[in-house]
Ligand binder design. Structure first.
Ligand SMILES: [Fe+2]
Length: 192
């Protein structure tokens, strides 16, 4: 079965102080749809057609990796968001953030700086690298920490298409708004 666009897990109109419904519409309905369509085209009639997006991402390279990873990364990014502002971080994840980064405020500062400094197009991740070990990592283009064996908990899309209609060149403002709309229940649910 070819991959299909999953509906967003919320109503974009419910977001205040983040990005506009127009950005969601282009980002989800056009950009993500285009990655899915391109991946479907590349896997048609190949052994990849029987694999999941994650399996394709972990076993492909070149154009197929780019399209499949962008499709996976976008599904993940949209799942990392909630219209709720400043959602409480579940205790287990909060404790891990404090033990790995000093405090939630220190994590927020470091994550925002990494995302702002992620040159060009890419993604900035909070990931789990061991049982009690968290790290921040930036990847370029379609990069994903699972390729290096790490478990992603959270990602922010810093491709310009994610924010340009609303924030133009002010990526830092978009990142700050992103950080106030994180679905921490989703991120905590990813802990292994
Ligand atoms: Fe994107």
């Amino acid at each position: 079965m070819p991959f299909t666009l999953k509906p967003l897990p919320y109503n974009p109109a419910d977001f205040q102080n983040f990005v506009s419904p127009e950005t969601f519409s282009f980002h989800h309905g056009r950009h993500l749809q285009a990655y899915i369509d391109a991946a479907n085209k590349l896997i048609a009639g190949t052994d990849y057609a029987a694999k999941t997006l994650e399996e394709i991402m972990l076993t492909s390279s070149g154009p197929l990796f780019n399209q499949a990873a962008q499709a996976w990364n976008h599904d993940f990014y949209f799942a990392c968001l909630t219209p709720e502002e400043h959602q409480a971080i579940p205790a287990k994840l909060k404790t891990l953030i404090e033990s790995n980064f000093g405090s939630v405020a220190d994590f927020t500062r470091n994550y925002a700086a990494a995302a702002a400094g992620n040159f060009g197009s890419g993604w900035t991740w909070l990931m789990q690298t061991g049982p009690n070990k968290l790290k921040i990592m930036s990847t370029s283009n379609a990069g994903n920490p699972m390729v290096d064996g790490f478990n992603p908990l959270l990602t922010v899309d810093v491709w310009e298409h994610a924010y340009y209609l609303d924030y133009q060149n002010c990526r830092a403002d978009y990142i700050a708004a992103f950080l106030s709309h994180v679905n921490w229940d989703f991120a905590a649910g990813r802990l292994k």
